[in-house]
Ligand binder design. Sequence first.
Ligand code: PLP
Length: 411
Amino acid sequence: MRDLAAHAGELDAADPLAGFRDRFSIREGLIYLDGNSLGCLPKATAGRMQQVIGEQWGEGLITSWLDADWSTMPQRVGDKIAQLIGANEGEVIAADSTSVNIFKALTAAISLRPGRGEILTETTNFPTDAYMMQGIETFSGGRIKARAVPPDDLLDAVDENTAAVLLTHVHYKSAKARDLAETTRRIQQSGALVIWDLSHSTGALELDLNAANADFAVGCGYKFLNGGPGAPAFLFAAQRNHNAEPVLSGWFGHAKPFAFEEDYQPAGGVDRFLCGTPYVLGLAALEVGVDLMLEVDIRHVRTKSNALGDLLIEAMEPLCSEFGFELAGPANSAERGSHIGYAHENAYAMVQALREKDVIADFRTPEIIRFGLTPLYLRHSDILDAVERLTKVCRTRSWNKPEYRTVAAVT
Ligand SMILES: *Cc1c(COP(=O)(O)O)cnc(C)c1O
């Protein structure tokens, strides 16, 4: 085997993103391989929160809705996210959770395709996506059917009764990435609308929603955008779909929220997809993460993510043969997003044992160890250190403890 340590050293020395690690608060010694689930804390976030809480809330109070531009934060942060996903100004809002935005996008798509009775996704999709679809079926009294088909059958399952297809761009377990433009094109041939879940893509991969002619998209603020726990999510609606009928017809999506009219009348543009009062504190933290991401050339992020992944796969090879790990996703970096999963029968216990060695990875049921690759704050050497610590866990069987066998409520 070639000298991986020397290889990693060269990659780190030539890394155009190396300076960004210092912009995050990361405890010495910790190797954090879970930034695709909850991103690290940017150092600038605390100061921004201090300002929003101390000055804007503490002193400005209600005048800050205008004086500190609180009321337009969903649009302002949305326009910044638009630059990361290939959307135009006025097509993205930052608000609510991804799940709620999935509901908004699906119901909007249904309103744009009256007479069509089905919404479609693939099996193995992230559960909340399927759950939101099932809720819509129930609420519609059966008029709308929610259907999930195996990933390989999806394109053939779209027909003239399909109102919308909800798909995740990068799969949350396998990291397999779909071809955004080609998949969109194929689905739209049947007249259906396409909703992309970009939770594991935004801030990790180059995205161009408008070049792909996407209809709607949603995504997370707390993963690669480093917006903090429970950060607001985003919703993209292509301009041509701004005539959709909002079902979550709250007052912030009204044409004149402060006219306090009796009847709902949707705002023009993407604003109609807002619902209630903006989450000011969450949006302020998210904006710091998004601003940081906008300083970066996303092509560098993608190149480094691929290199981190290739290095991990190479370093894991001996563990695959000696301890039975199995790569659970594409080996080819062009086909995957920014995380890598390994299947192992003791995956859960191993993730716990790794924490003892200051490596945080993720467990995904039933037997996947998932390593998130976040190019802004991971070094190539971190990957090798993590694999070395995992090797120790395997050699000493430190995972084999009764307390590591009970699966916790949150994984
Ligand atoms: C993380 C993730 C979500 C999260 O949804 P929330 O409503 O923000 O909890 C949704 N979809 C996918 C594909 C995800 O990976």
